[in-house]
Design a protein around this ligand. Structure first.
Ligand SMILES: Nc1ncnc2c1ncn2[C@@H]1O[C@H](COP(=O)(O)OP(=O)(O)O)[C@@H](O)[C@H]1O
Ligand SMILES: [Mg+2]
Length: 230
């Protein structure tokens, strides 16, 4: 399964999303690799302490690193070049567009969706950095995306300081610890949100390209054949 996280530049949580999808799937599949396709190499920096439960490979090393992978998550770099977009799409079974609950981010996702509609690859927006005090703004962004015919994952990722704490420590949000050394009280809210997103993303992947998890947890464990027959 090839999942590409992609879209706008500038801190819309592409890398954070890639890292968390890869980490959650690493608990379910035998081999997961995160391909860092961003020139800024932020996914590689995130994993530099060696504390993540999957390998991060720079794009130049991706071919060999992903040879035996069940799941490849690509942290794509923002692009408006038609050719780059086409290449990223060609390499993906599903594309995830992180989108913040802000007008500018909405516009950029709408624009990218127009490009992506010409290809035969499923894509979906994921609302990220959703401020719980601004639930209405998130609802409006979701409605605007849906009105434009764009699939939006039901899961949405809350804005939590735990994500930044986790990144600074080179770990995923479930292991976020405060400066005082205490577990962040809200860390599992972030983790569960990405877990839900993972479940929905797997459902978007055309079944012929899907692989059965080695260690399925918390989701449909019916063998693929039986699911197809159902
Ligand atoms: N849900 C979130 N809540 C709070 N901070 C977040 C969240 N997601 C990401 N961040 C932080 O936002 C910053 C930008 O995220 P990043 O994933 O690097 O964005 P991008 O890859 O799109 O440039 C990072 O400091 C990251 O820790
Ligand atoms: Mg990034």
């Amino acid at each position: 399964m090839f999942v590409t996280v992609f879209g706008q530049k500038g801190g819309v949580a592409k890398t954070c999303t890639s890292v968390h999808l890869a980490s959650i799937w690493s608990n379910q599949y035998q081999s997961v690799v995160l391909v860092d396709a961003d020139r800024n190499r932020s996914a590689s920096a995130y994993g530099a302490r060696g504390l993540l439960n999957f390998e991060v490979a720079p794009i130049e090393a991706a071919a060999k690193a992903t040879r035996y992978s069940d799941v490849v998550v690509t942290d794509g770099q923002a692009s408006s070049s038609q050719e780059e977009i086409k290449n990223l799409v060609d390499g993906a079974d599903v594309i995830i567009l992180p989108t913040a609950a802000q007008t500018r981010s909405l516009e950029l996702t709408l624009e990218m969706a127009e490009h992506l509609k010409q290809f035969n690859v499923p894509f979906a927006a994921l609302l990220v950095k959703v401020d719980s005090r601004k639930a209405k703004a998130a609802r409006e962004i979701r409605q605007a995306l849906e009105a434009a015919g764009i699939e939006v994952l039901r899961a949405q990722i809350p804005l939590l300081a735990a994500f930044e704490k986790a990144e600074n420590a080179g770990v995923t949000v479930d292991q976020a610890v405060s400066a005082a050394g205490k577990s962040d009280p809200r860390r599992m809210i972030g983790w569960h949100a990405y877990t839900k997103a993972c479940e929905e993303i797997v459902e978007l992947v055309p079944q012929r390209t899907n692989v059965i998890p080695m260690h399925p947890i918390g989701w449909d464990t019916t063998p693929l054949e039986d699911r197809r027959a159902a």
